[in-house]
Design a protein around this ligand. Structure first.
Ligand code: SF4
Length: 328
């Protein structure tokens, strides 16, 4: 089955086996996070529009759902290769998906557009919404998330607080920890103060384990993580990342499986090879060599490890990345 917008199911931290729906072209976002696994945001845009035809996306959701047995999927999740709320038909897609299935629907978003009442209304149709909050002040927000100029920190906060007031579903806020930026006691206390105002149902602490766009990004050390657990855990129930296995068995060829998954989830080489166990090892290694040599996929090195990523993702080299490193 050739899929353009739907992928997985993929194992998700809180969403079990999650069927991903990706309504945005790689990599269209209104943030340009230093830890983004999908490369730099090109273009950085805050424009909402019909990036892909909503009917085409919905038709694929229907086909993918029909191909699965009961119990194979736990959630349908709007997420993907950019910021999903930039698709102007997201609200319609959520509503229509809920007409197709009784499965719960989630939206993974940066939450940056929640300052717009219409976006809050659209997203509120989902059963769970997972926005991001990595910083408790404007300066750190600009350093970590590097937002489009229209999305000030004030707007981000006002949007999150307004959404919580209106939304009856599950609000799980994700915090990505970056060593030296938001894992200090001061930074964590500022984030905790804001989360206290937002009142999420849960806080999900994430670490940059996939290839961060900037070479200098590191996950927190053990003390940083413990500090985050202690400080953020005072505000709401804390949930930690968990891993599982990706199901690529519905793809017809190794090429489709690799491209389908690494476009949204760049993977460590060993993890990717393990995930492709459905095919013969010789076929997998020949296909990976061919993809790398023909530039249909790219291998990016971070943390001394090879990660497979989409050919069109923009990763800076060491020198370019160092120019963006925070001055210590
Ligand atoms: S991590 Fe998400 S919000 Fe940040 S730049 Fe990447 S796609 Fe956008």
């Amino acid at each position: 089955m050739k899929l353009n917008y739907v992928y997985g199911p993929v194992p998700s931290r809180r969403l079990g086996q999650s069927l991903g729906v990706d309504p945005i072209p790689l990599k269209t976002c209104n943030w340009n996070c230093v830890y983004c696994q999908l490369g730099r945001s090109v273009p950085l845009t805050n424009e909402r529009r019909e990036y892909f035809d909503r009917q085409d996306i919905l038709a694929e959701v229907g086909t993918a759902l029909a191909a699965r047995k009961p119990g194979e999927i736990d959630w349908v999740t709007f997420v993907g290769s950019g910021e999903p709320t930039l698709h102007i038909g997201l609200g319609w897609l959520i509503q229509e998906t809920k007409m197709l299935t009784d499965l719960p629907v989630a939206v993974i978003t940066n939450g940056a557009l929640f300052y717009l009442p219409e976006v809050r209304k659209e997203v509120a149709a989902a059963d769970a919404v997972l926005p991001t909050l990595d910083a408790g002040n404007e300066r750190l927000y600009r350093k970590i998330n590097r937002p489009h100029p229209d999305i000030t920190f004030e707007r981000l906060l006002a949007g999150l607080i307004a959404f919580r007031r209106e939304y009856r579903g599950k609000l799980w806020v994700e915090v990505m920890l970056v060593r030296g930026l938001n894992d200090t006691e001061e930074a964590l206390r500022e984030i905790a103060n804001i989360l206290d105002r937002v009142q999420p149902d849960e806080i999900h602490v994430n670490l940059p384990t996939r290839p961060p766009v900037e070479t200098w990004v590191q996950p927190p050390d053990k003390e940083g993580l413990l500090r985050a657990q202690a400080i953020l855990g005072d505000v709401a129930r804390l949930v930690h990342p968990a891993s599982g296995t990706f199901d690529l068995s519905r793809y017809e060829t190794v090429v489709d499986a690799v491209i389908g998954i690494i476009t949204r989830h760049p993977m460590r080489e060993d993890e990717l090879v393990r995930t492709l166990e459905h095919w013969l090892p010789d076929e997998v290694s020949a296909t990976l060599s061919e993809l790398e040599n023909s530039n249909r996929a790219q291998v990016v090195e971070r943390y001394g490890t090879r990660f497979w990523s989409a050919a069109s993702s923009h990763y800076p080299d060491e020198a370019q990345s160092q120019r963006t490193a925070p001055k210590t």
